[in-house]
Design a protein around this ligand. Structure first.
Ligand SMILES: [Fe+2]
Length: 116
């Protein structure tokens, strides 16, 4: 379950505490590959029925994109590159991990680099 802003959530009468995002560790390493105007974001992680990445989200000032994942699926998703933000990946056993998106290279800077 996820929500924007404050909220109180419960399941079967038990209050659910919000997940605190952690820095990725060796088992939940978030990687970016750029392909034209998209990021291909992967997490090198098992995707078994008992242990898998449940979603990967891209949170930026102008919007939130959440890609739901399922066991046996690849732990990789594509996001159209937008504003700088944060990628979140959620493991059903180990919780939430976060990593800022890579710095964007402006087209002018990119063209200068090519001209050199
Ligand atoms: Fe995990």
């Amino acid at each position: 379950m996820y929500a924007l802003g404050e909220g109180a959530f419960s399941c079967c009468g038990v209050n659910l505490a919000p997940l605190e995002a952690e820095e990725p560790d060796g088992e939940h390493c978030i990687k970016f590959e750029r392909a034209e105007d998209e990021w291909y974001v992967t997490v090198n992680h098992p995707m078994t029925k008992d242990h898998f990445i449940t979603f990967i989200a891209y949170v930026a000032p102008d919007g939130v994109t959440i890609k739901k994942l399922y066991p046996e699926q690849e732990a990789g998703v594509r996001f159209r590159i937008g504003m700088s933000g944060v990628i979140y990946a959620c493991c059903n056993r180990h919780g939430l991990f976060r990593l800022p998106t890579p710095k964007r290279v402006s087209r002018a800077h990119h063209m200068r680099a090519i001209e050199r």
